[in-house]
Design a protein around this ligand. Sequence first.
Ligand code: HEM
Length: 402
Amino acid sequence: MTLDLLDAATFASGHPFELYRELRERDPVHFNPEPDGPGFWALTRYDDVYAVDHDFQTYSSGPTIMIPDPGPGGGGTLGEATMMLMMDPPQHTQFRKLIRAEFTKPAAAERGTRLNELARQIVDAVIEKGECDFVADVAGEMPSYVIAELMGLPLDDGRELYKLTEIIHSDPKALPPGAGGEAVGKMFAYGMGVIAEKRARPADDLATRLLTVEVDGRRLTDSEFLLFFLLLIDAGGDTTRNLLAAGLVALKENPDQLAWLMADLPGRLNASREELLRYTSPVIYMRRTAKKDAEIRGQRIKPGDKVVMYFGAANRDPEKFDRPDALDLSRDPNEHIAFGGGPHVCLGQHIARLEIDAILTEVLTRMHDLDIAGGPEWLPSNFISGPKSLPVRFKPARRAAA
Ligand code: HEM
């Protein structure tokens, strides 16, 4: 098979699991050419992805975690500032520390009740209609609201910002010329407004905190703030949405598994959500760049070489997971790598888990006889995997009489 991992068309029906399997078996350190670049090494084995993600001494997150090299001013930089996602320790450690407290498991747990309330409101808004687009109307609503609440922004603004992230994550070929850059510009313009607002009226939220914290005895510059802002909105948006939508597809395709889950939803949700994360792997890849000579499975890696970790392929590695292509909601242990690993391991993972649980609980208990009414049509992206839209039909559950 000679499919190109760079081409969004390769992901037109979701992750190319058959291609991943071939690569894992025959060419686990596969060289994928690039028409406008030097090409990259594609890793598809769990152990290799895990090792590279943890080895920041050899593999840098700079200049970018995307496969194409940034053009002038592009990628995760703005003036002198760099986005945390593209930093290496010790600078990365310093920046991550600035917002870490907001994302710990206990801090996330404090938001649990509010997240359940948001999930209820989201389902309330569509339940009587008996049909909706699950992606736009349910799955996408949650992360946009959550990020707005975290940052202390109006909920409707969260929704608008989230639409911009969708454009930013799309394959540029699927967009009108310049649309991606325009979306980043709008995001920064909005962020400048947030800076003005929060400086004038400080509040108990993450945006205010980012404007008052100090690194090396100084406050963050506007550019550093804007890159944090972009990262937080970007990272928590379509990842969570895609897990929910692709997860629903997986559950409907495996009715025995769905029945197992429904037999004890509160007791089985934890294991089920982890398996849905493994099975759907919303983030397709992260790139690293070799800083020095290295070797992976006998393949020489030279300084400057791009090394790309395919999380969805690692999560289906039979050397790590028994029956990797089966959705087994009771899987235990389940050391999936859908949230990555090493210093950059997903900062929002505890919040993401609560968001997922809240929505799944509402949907599975209140949308009865749920059917997927078409599609799914998958996102035109080689970076983020999930349905672009997912029409569903359902019957509202009748509440038990008091
Ligand atoms: C199902 C949902 C999610 C998935 C699958 C996911 C996945 C990932 C992955 C794969 C990484 C890169 C890890 C690495 O390089 O090893 C990452 C980083 C990150 N994620 Fe998530 N994520 C999700 C939800 C969220 C949410 C809800 C937030 C915030 C509210 C968030 C914030 C971040 C941040 C800030 C980083 C960068 C961390 C760093 O550079 O140190 N993510 N995520």
